[in-house]
Design a protein around this ligand. Structure first.
Ligand SMILES: Nc1ncnc2c1ncn2[C@@H]1O[C@H](COP(=O)(O)OP(=O)(O)OP(=O)(O)O)[C@@H](O)[C@H]1O
Length: 331
């Protein structure tokens, strides 16, 4: 029994669009262990969905290999499919059946007996909080309820490995938070290995123990959110003054206190990138007070995964995904 759930080597997928080659995924080496909850994070077009579609056997790799739940995606796609669940971007559930019946027929399609499918459906309806809507037709469910039904469908055959492609796209913040809770709970209760894609920074940060940052079809970082932030982005301290000349004087003083900090000044504002911002801020303020430089406001901001992406690529994920919900900075 291996503890590896996903192992890819140089996994690659090209598309040809109007005689041009699009390198959607380039030589991806991925290793996911049993029980991990991993987020693939990256801007639109980074190659997240293409990666997931190859891992779930929906798309054949151009080259490279991928073994998923012990089966090769090209040599044994049926073996892979039996052991995984996949929740795609679209809504998999039909519309005219009742939610519970939809789940039972889905279980039957995976070879469960009627009794087993009913039992499993009832358990999932309970754990995904769908009791009050289970006997309604699918088309009458809200977006959040539909998404939870999709997840129940993906779990009906108790897969060891669940793939979720943009699970919270189109959901409001409340529903997103509920869904995140369900994902974490399902994982805790069943030990299901989960791989999800997202371009919501907060979702990756809060949900995943491990974030794999993908850009232009390649992995550019792979670690826990905390370690990614510690390695690639420090805290930011912003000091605002009433006058530019105060900011100028403050900049010199600040550097004397915060040795090695990365400092930028724009007008009456001074920004610092430092480690341990919360501990440093009072020292800075004392130093400025001693020098009789009045501070109009001070702010200490912990780094986000966007700062990590910015440090790695020089671009912001927020700008690239602008317009999508859920990108607002947490208050
Ligand atoms: N069927 C296809 N035909 C041609 N090009 C494709 C196809 N599917 C994906 N691509 C291209 O491959 C690249 C990667 O797309 P992919 O959907 O994997 O990105 P993504 O990271 O999932 O983005 P998003 O966050 O928008 O879902 C993009 O340039 C996309 O246009």
């Amino acid at each position: 029994m291996t503890s590896t759930m996903i192992h890819t080597h140089a996994l690659t997928r090209h598309f040809t669009v109007k005689k041009q080659t699009v390198e959607a995924v380039r030589e991806l080496d991925l290793h996911v262990g049993k029980g991990e909850l991993v987020a693939l994070l990256g801007p639109n077009g980074a190659g997240k969905s293409t990666t997931l579609r190859m891992l779930t056997t929906l798309l054949r790799p151009t080259s490279g290999t991928a073994e998923v739940a012990g089966h090769d995606v090209v040599a044994d796609p049926r073996g892979v499919r039996r052991r995984i669940g996949y929740i795609g971007q679209g809504n998999g559930a039909g519309h005219s059946q009742r939610a519970r019946d939809e789940l039972v027929s889905h279980g039957r399609a995976y070879g469960l007996s009627v009794a087993a499918a009913r039992e499993r459906a009832a358990a999932l309806i309970g754990s995904l909080d769908l009791d009050s809507v289970a006997d309604r037709v699918v088309s009458s469910l809200s977006g959040g309820q539909r998404r939870r039904l999709d997840i129940a469908m993906g779990l009906i055959h108790a897969p060891e490995l669940l793939f979720l492609d943009e699970p919270s796209t189109g959901l409001d913040p409340q529903n997103r938070a509920n869904l995140a809770e369900h994902i974490v709970r399902l994982r805790a209760e069943h030990g299901t290995t989960m791989v999800l894609t997202t371009h919501y920074l907060e979702e990756a940060d809060q949900l995943a123990e491990r974030v794999i940052v993908i850009d232009h079809g390649r992995v550019i970082a792979d670690d826990t959110p905390a370690r990614l932030k510690a390695a690639h982005a420090g805290d930011r301290i912003s000091l605002l003054f009433d006058h530019e000349h105060e900011a100028q004087r403050a900049a010199d003083r600040v550097l004397a206190v915060a040795d090695g900090a990365e400092l930028t000044r724009a007008g009456a504002r001074v920004d610092l990138r430092v480690d341990g911002g919360a501990a440093l801020a009072p020292k800075l303020l004392r130093g400025l007070d001693e020098a009789h430089i009045p501070v109009a406001s001070v702010e200490v901001v912990r780094p986000t995964l966007d700062d990590v992406f910015l440090a790695l690529t020089g671009r912001s994920l927020r700008e690239e995904s602008a317009g999508g919900p859920g990108l607002e900075r947490a208050a």
